[in-house]
Design a protein around this ligand. Sequence first.
Ligand SMILES: [Zn+2]
Length: 142
Amino acid sequence: MNRVRVIKIGCSDPRIQISMRNYLEKFHDAFEDRQEVFPILNAGGQRNFTAEHQRIPFLSQIEIAVNNGAHTCVIFAHEDCGAYGGSGNFQNLADERQTYVNDVNTIARYVESRFAGKLKIQKVMLMRKPRTEDFSRFETIN
Ligand SMILES: [Zn+2]
């Protein structure tokens, strides 16, 4: 497993799997087919990992990846996440994105404090093209 380079943290929503894979290939030169990606997926992604009872197993999985060579972790959030009730559950797109960003930042802080100096963290919001299920648009979260 020592080819692992990048940890992929995200939602198991089938609509975003291709977008996450493409992003890691394009911007991190990390390919699942070459066993360079260590996936940590969960329906609801960042939302579930903010819960205390999930945090410990979440960080344990990251530790396994780090011990096997991972030096970067990319946390993906995506619009219309079912774990939040989907886009329709928010007042507007800005409100929706801010909710995801807050949760992503929360779990990024856990990862940062546990793996400081060992892991570079990147945060990415996947966005839908209007009226499609294509999540290939993205912005990085600071
Ligand atoms: Zn989701």
